[in-house]
Design a protein around this ligand. Structure first.
Ligand code: NAD
Length: 422
């Protein structure tokens, strides 16, 4: 038998149908498989093919809406695109708890992104840095010439800073261009500016520029949210104490903090994705920010109020936009923004931070009281029953029995299907 080759010359030039045919041959897909690829949902195959390369289909996720959110005195329905059970329910529940004490307060800094320009081969890095700083006004003005549209909308390059970084290949003089990106996530905007400044920085210093790209550690573009969670609604003062223990554990131990922050990102990424924003940019920003003190820590902070309620807050980089990237072309993303009713990227950023905070409280509350599995079990058990081949009329009974028996397993689901089918 001859080996199949994955080497396709000009695969990108083929039509979508031709690509599907090639993939079908390579991977022995059936006609039904190819039909699944053709069912492209709201995005549609042609739009998908304008977004990325070598498109053969689209990939759907459930879109849910979290309810009960009240942020800065305004009510929101929050669209979430996620495959994980319980996230939407948990957000909705704890947003409801936050409402009891007036809702969530959110705020953001100006939407400032950082572009980095890496200058190498410098005998005297301090002197090179001084030269760059003394040309600051001219460099900032030249950066702004690259994006008159951004300037027109009230954004643009604001400032420039220089850092000297020691690397194994010698010192780097790294220029940070600080750019107000308004309602854009801003990666393309700031990268264009950084590329334009590079030759000028080389001329000024006689050095050699390599990288010119934004930093995803967007620590000048922060979103914050804060709320008080009623102790009775959380399940009593014991639960508040449990949440504080869980938080302190996370803040002290990176093994725990990774999972603690992952839970926060369950909520955050679901909204970032639903609105067509760059999930990797927000993930990278969050985790690098969590490690900024030199130790990887919790993105949230908690304490007890004088009367025993839980006070929580979150702060993290939030590079999201309402224009540019997929936000402006994906029909479901545009609809998600319409459902939210947000008018600025900053308003969106504040909502996303609020979702991260309540998601964290939900997870810590479950962990500190009944354990995480109970909430997960009902949906998980339905998945197991369906995967085991349970006929629709038996699913409810099989789910109930597996949960009662604490045996949510494929083998047990199969036994129950057989038993109940008789
Ligand atoms: P973009 O370039 O499509 O749009 C931004 C531009 O829109 C601005 O430069 C401005 O000229 C114009 N504009 C019009 N109205 C505006 C307003 N109200 N506010 C701000 N700008 C306005 O998009 P972008 O946001 O620069 O880039 C986002 C994309 O870049 C994302 O898809 C992201 O995935 C991708 N990207 C990310 C990285 C990274 O994170 N490391 C790197 C490269 C690219």
């Amino acid at each position: 038998m001859s080996e199949k080759s994955s080497e396709f010359k000009g695969f990108y030039k083929l039509s979508i149908d031709e690509r599907v045919k090639k993939v079908s041959e390579f991977s022995d897909l059936t006609d039904e498989d190819a039909e699944v690829l053709r069912r492209a949902g709201a995005l549609g195959l042609d739009s998908a093919a304008r977004m990325i390369e070598n498109v053969i289909g689209t990939f759907e996720l459930p879109l849910g809406v979290a309810v009960n959110f009240r942020i800065n005195g305004k009510d929101y329905l929050v669209p979430m695109a996620i495959e994980e059970p319980s996230v939407v329910a948990a957000s909705s529940k704890i947003a409801g708890v936050a409402r009891l004490k007036g809702g969530i307060e959110a705020s953001t800094t100006d939407p400032i992104m950082i572009a980095q320009i890496q200058l190498t081969d410098m005998a005297d890095p301090e002197a090179a840095g001084d030269k760059i700083l003394s040309a600051k006004a001219e460099l900032v003005a030249y950066a702004n010439e690259q994006d008159p549209m951004l300037v027109k909308f009230g954004g643009g390059a604001r400032d420039l800073e220089v850092r000297i970084i020691d690397t194994r290949r010698g010192p780097n003089v790294v220029t940070h261009l600080l750019v107000d990106c308004r309602d854009a996530m801003g990666a393309n905007a700031v990268n264009t500016m950084a590329e334009a400044l590079a030759p000028r920085i080389e001329d000024l210093t006689g050095g050699r520029v390599y990288l010119r790209i934004l930093s995803n550690l967007a620590d000048r573009r922060l979103a914050r949210a804060k709320a008080v969670f009623d102790k009775e609604a959380l399940g009593g003062e014991g639960v508040v104490d449990g949440i504080l223990e869980a938080y302190e554990f996370a803040d002290a131990d990176p093994y725990r903090a990774a999972t603690h922050n992952k839970g926060i990102m369950n909520g955050i990424i679901a909204v970032v994705r639903a609105t067509g924003n760059d999930t990797r940019a927000v993930e990278a920003g969050a985790h690098s920010f969590a490690a900024q003190t030199g130790r990887y820590r919790s993105l949230t902070r908690f304490e007890k109020t004088d009367d025993g309620h839980l006070m929580g807050e979150i702060e993290l980089p939030m590079a999201v936009g309402l224009i540019g990237g997929a936000t402006a072309v994906h029909p479901t993303a545009k609809l998600a923004v319409k459902i939210l009713g947000v008018k600025t990227a900053s308003e969106l950023g504040g909502i996303i931070a609020a979702v991260g905070l309540v998601q964290n409280v939900a997870a810590l509350r479950a962990l500190a009281s009944e354990g995480i599995q109970r909430g997960h079990m009902a949906l998980h058990a339905r998945n197991v029953a369906a995967t085991a081949g349970a006929p629709p009329e038996l699913v409810d009974e099989i789910v109930k029995r597996m949960i009662d028996e604490k045996k949510v397993r494929m083998d047990r689901a199969k036994e129950l299907i057989e038993e109940l089918s008789k």
